[in-house]
Design a protein around this ligand. Structure first.
Ligand code: MSP
Length: 657
């Protein structure tokens, strides 16, 4: 099988931001996933370098278009490796082979009678670089650029797009997967329910010279979209190259909703006119906004992927973008949401699982994967294997459907299950009894093999982290070649494999001293500033912020469910009890509850503890946390303490959030 996956080629009048990064990460993840499935994959991205917008941007900088496009195109190309994006081909519309192909195709379409010369007058939007129809205008303005279009009357060449309208409607209706998610397919069909106009595909040189000259009339250059869409064919050497044969029938394009029309209408009709089969699938995603507002240079809220990578690391950025957005819908970017996912999904869930499992393998098996002891395999183990196999199946379906958030959800369900598996099997207990060594080995094997599978399915999403996981599991080489075929699913971890537990995969982000820092800054600014921003800040705090904490501050407190295993009085301390709890690992706590609870009533209770308190010595005993309790004081000043517990059965160690 083969896969050909493409991103839009980005205009070089803007620097790469997280919108561009998201689309390109999606394509890269899909490319890596299809490779994991055993496909030969070709992944292409690049830059769109002709047209008015680019010519104007160059002029604004006072440089020749060629110099300008070289610079910005290089910026895009240099951005991708930092995001672990590894395209097979980076195409530029100023490449000589592309220019040649565009001209050959124009000539072919012209020769077959699908291009004609005509006069046109209409509303031309410079931002869109096209004529807008009367219907598209909102209050006489372009709805995307909020500008009044220019009234232009000129002679131009037109592509007979209308001729292919019925064919296109049939094709979309007969191929439900052609455009997904469904809402975009419906949008296109709805647009096609009205008569389709022909497409103006030239610009007179009197108005624009930065474009590909029409081969049959040198007084015109090619309209930027007719030029750009053809990149998808240039990159695989249409018509004669072997890659065209190999890949075209499997072509899948990823775009955002802004460029649906050119991809869903212009492009298939162009292909039909030149006698090339339609691409296989078009995947359309929504827009990233920032804190609920549109990202824009003028608002100064453009998020640069490089800055995020520098601060959070490439894996966190890739994971966040893929997990946070439901493919097809808009999403709002915020560093708070990113940091929350980093700390909960990555540091707490997967990071902890790896470090706990590897620590136990080191402690109880000398960092060497033990043999399974078949006689000790339990029903719970079988349930785990079923869950792992279901995860691989659900993950694969979701990845193939471009539902990346769902693919990740299915992985995280299993991560949760594995964290519980550790708790219920308590290897630290098994290790205490020699006759249970067989079961200990089985549990450790199950953990090691599950980590191997996780490293495999996470590879397309977080290639760097997955490589570290593979290295820790002592199977870098094996995992690099592994595929998701049935036989690679369960039990592939070889007993005797030597593990190399390394540093933590996702250290928790350090607490930010944000409020304090802000407070200091504000003070400084207020002292000096007369500007608008400062005024706004002065007027803002009508709410009394005293005593309120931020989400981040709360997120720094790690609350967990803990099961009380032992409880005893402490000599000479009539208020204190010494508790041993499972949370999920065993720890000792000293709690001031002796007047309210007798030790025997506490055994088996599941309470809530603060799990990340610095250890403190009380009556010579080191307390590793704090038990939470509610305090009631009656009119006479008598105190009553009631321990906080959980309403239903839940595994010790579960996070309370
Ligand atoms: N040059 C054309 C595409 C030609 S493809 C034959 C173009 N370029 S663009 O630079 O404007 O890129 C648009 C694409 O960038 C979107 O379709 C999407 O892939 C990505 N995004 C740009 N801003 C985005 C967001 N705010 N959110 C998500 N994706 C965004 O159009």
């Amino acid at each position: 099988m083969t896969t050909y996956i493409t991103t839009p080629i980005y205009y070089v009048n803007a620097m790469p931001h997280i919108g561009h990064a998201y689309t390109t990460i999606i394509a890269d993840t899909y490319a890596r996933f299809r490779r994991l499935c055993g496909d030969e994959v070709r992944f292409q991205t690049g830059t769109d370098e002709h047209g008015e917008k680019i010519a104007q941007a160059a002029e604004k900088e006072g440089v020749e278009p060629r110099e300008y496009v070289d610079r910005i195109s290089a910026l895009f190309r240099q951005t991708w490796p930092g995001l672990d994006i590894a395209q097979d081909h980076f195409i530029r519309t100023t490449d000589a082979d592309h220019i040649k192909l565009v001209q050959e195709i124009l000539q072919k379409v012209y020769d077959n009678g699908d291009i004609y010369f005509s006069e046109y007058s209409g509303h031309y939007c410079k931002g869109c670089e096209r004529f807008l129809t009367e219907k598209e205008l909102v209050d006489g303005k372009c709805p995307d650029h909020l500008t009044v279009p220019e009234e232009i009357s000129e002679q131009n060449y037109f592509f007979r797009m209308s001729k292919y309208q019925e064919w296109l409607i049939d094709h979309i209706k007969n191929n439900p997967e052609y455009i997904t998610p469904e809402r975009y397919r419906n949008e296109v069909l709805s647009f096609l329910s009205e008569p389709l106009e022909d497409l103006c595909i030239s610009r007179p040189c009197s108005r624009l010279t930065w474009g590909i000259p029409l081969p049959f009339d040198e007084k015109f250059v090619t309209y930027v979209w007719f030029d750009a869409l053809i990149n998808y064919l240039t990159g695989i050497n249409y018509p004669d190259g072997p890659d065209f044969e190999k890949y075209w029938s499997e072509a899948e394009h990823v775009i955002a909703k802004d460029i649906l029309k050119p991809h869903a209408i212009y492009w298939p009709t162009m292909l039909q006119s030149m006698g090339v089969a339609p691409y296989k699938r078009l995947h359309v995603h929504g827009y990233w906004n920032v804190d609920e507002t549109k990202m824009s240079k003028s608002l100064g809220n453009v998020i640069r992927p490089g800055e995020l990578v520098e601060k959070y690391g490439v894996d966190t950025v890739r994971y966040f973008l893929l997990r946070e957005m439901s493919f097809g819908r808009d999403s709002s970017f915020s560093t708070e949401a990113l940091e929350a996912r980093r700390n909960s999904d990555l540091a707490n869930d997967v990071g902890n699982l790896f470090s706990r499992a590897l620590t136990m393998l080191a402690k109880y098996a000398d960092s060497t994967v033990p043999e399974i002891d078949k006689a000790t395999v339990t029903e719970e183990d079988r349930v785990l294997v079923d869950a792992l196999e279901k995860m691989v199946a659900d993950y694969s379906t979701a990845m193939n459907n471009f539902e990346f958030h769902k693919a990740l959800q299915s992985i995280w369900e299993v991560i949760g299950m594995l964290n519980r598996f550790i708790v219920t099997n308590a290897p630290w207990e098994l290790a205490k009894e020699e006759e249970r060594a067989g079961r200990l080995n089985t549990v450790l094997y199950f953990l090691a093999d599950s980590l191997r599978l996780l490293a495999l399915v996470l590879r397309p999403v977080m290639p760097s982290a997955a490589e570290k996981m593979a290295a820790a599991l002592g199977m870098e080489k094996k995992l690099a070649k592994a595929s998701l075929k049935e036989e690679d699913c369960w039990g592939e971890m070889e007993a005797g494999t030597v593990l190399h537990p390394g540093e933590s995969l996702f250290p928790r982000l350090a607490k930010k001293k944000k409020q304090q820092a802000q407070g200091k800054n504000q003070g400084k600014k207020q002292g000096k500033g007369q500007g608008k921003k400062v005024k706004k800040k002065e007027a803002e705090p009508e709410i009394d912020m005293k005593g309120l904490i931020t989400f981040e501050q709360f997120g720094d407190v790690e609350l967990r469910v803990a099961e009380i295993v032992t409880a005893e009085k402490i000599k000479k301390a009539n208020k204190l009890l010494k508790l041993t709890v499972k949370a999920p690992e065993e720890r000792t706590l000293v709690a001031g509850i002796a007047k309210h609870y007798s030790p025997e009533d506490l055994i088996g209770k599941k309470v809530i503890i603060v799990a990340n308190l610095k250890p403190a010595k009380l009556m010579g005993i080191t307390s590793q946390g704090m038990v939470l309790a509610a305090k009631e004081t009656d009119a006479d000043g008598n105190e009553r303490l009631v321990l906080s517990t959980v309403a239903e059965e839940i595994a010790p160690g579960s996070r309370v959030a």
